[in-house]
Design a protein around this ligand. Structure first.
Ligand code: SF4
Length: 352
């Protein structure tokens, strides 16, 4: 595969623009990353140079479809990778004062979490750093068109970022250095790759860490998140404490509530005990599981979610119930790519 546009270095661009004045490279770089312009829209570059750029350094993501949820504040993009057509997803979430992009780091995923549509579909390939960055640029461009500025990136889409660590780290650096989003607003979400968490604690950029926990005892977690058999909870807690020692930041635990599987009082008690083993205690984000066709159970009811949250809070844990964004557009991890049957809806409403 050719080097893609967002994998290209300034040196690669200079090679394509040979014969043009030297300042053109900077002009292109700023247009791509600061102004979020599509290559064809870099109109201060001569048309011939734009054409050469497009031919030598193609984009990787081919727009397949997009959908917006009923409230109009969640947009999900489905792309096909240009080399093999594998589908990947990106989600743009709009809030009154900020916008967040959730990116994929792999086409598919090998982690095999049974409740997850991506896990059910299996692994295709890693994404390159440029393919991760391209998702951010394209979602941020869409946000800009409707008057929002993307301020946060979560690596929480398809795939496990710490299994594709080199590309994830390079993408983080480009998003930080060139798009200009601060490390405090970048969050790596892992299912619990312990050696990766230990390395993450030593990355030059102090990004946030979120762990998709979903169970606080090995017996249940082995079932929900099979990688737990290799990296059990004891090792995971030690790695999180190592991250905290290095970074002095908070870790968050993601907990998808599955009806009568991990939403009982026992689960809440175990989670509260586990949170308190972190120094400082972890913050818990609770979200009802989005239904996926291949998983026989369903998400917890709003009442059970609230009861679970109340138990945690009563035990002194910081817990937030997150809105389940985009259930009506299959916005759970991997569902859009798995289905590919939704009706495209253009984003029609802004929220300020
Ligand atoms: S939940 Fe995350 S780690 Fe697990 S299979 Fe899905 S994408 Fe992979």
């Amino acid at each position: 595969m050719n080097t893609t546009l967002y994998d290209a270095t300034a040196h690669d661009i200079a090679r394509v623009l040979v014969g043009q004045p030297a300042y053109r490279v900077k002009q292109v770089w700023q247009a791509l990353y600061e102004q979020l312009r599509a290559p064809a829209d870099i109109t201060n570059l001569p048309l011939s140079a734009r054409n050469e750029l497009a031919a030598a350094l193609p984009e990787s993501l081919v727009w397949k479809t997009e959908s917006t949820d009923a409230s109009g504040d969640t947009v999900k993009f489905l792309w096909n990778l240009c080399d093999g057509g594998h589908p990947i997803e990106t989600v743009l979430m709009l809030y009154p004062n900020r916008a967040t992009v959730c990116v994929s780091t792999q086409a598919g995923c090998a982690m095999g979490c049974g409740f997850c549509a991506t896990g059910q579909a299996g692994f295709n390939r890693h994404l390159s750093a440029g393919e991760i960055v391209e998702q951010v640029v394209k979602a941020a461009r869409r946000a800009k068109e409707i008057g929002h500025r993307v301020s946060n990136i979560v690596f929480m889409g398809m795939g496990e970022p710490l299994v594709n660590e080199a590309a994830t780290r390079a993408a983080v650096e480009r998003i930080h250095d060139d798009i200009g989003i601060s490390a405090r607003h970048l969050t790596i979400s892992t299912v619990g790759i312990v050696p990766g968490i230990r390395r993450l604690a030593r990355w030059p950029l102090p990004v946030n860490l979120a762990v998709s926990l979903h169970a606080a005892r090995d017996e249940l977690r082995d079932e929900l998140v099979p990688i737990n058999k290799r990296y059990p909870i004891e090792d995971l807690v030690a790695a999180c404490n190592d991250y905290l020692d290095q970074r002095h930041r908070r870790v968050s635990f993601e907990w998808a509530l599955i009806n009568r599987v991990n939403d009982t009082r026992r689960d809440a008690n175990e989670l509260a005990r586990l949170c308190k083993r972190l120094r400082p205690s972890a913050h818990v984000n609770l979200i009802p599981l989005n239904p996926t066709p291949g998983w026989p159970t369903r998400g917890s009811s709003p009442r059970r979610v609230q009861e679970f949250a109340d138990i945690l809070v009563g035990l002194g844990v910081n817990a937030t119930v997150r809105r389940n964004r985009g259930t009506d557009i299959d916005a759970a991890c991997g569902q859009l790519a798995a289905g590919q049957t939704i009706t495209p809806v253009r984003l029609g409403r802004t929220e300020n």
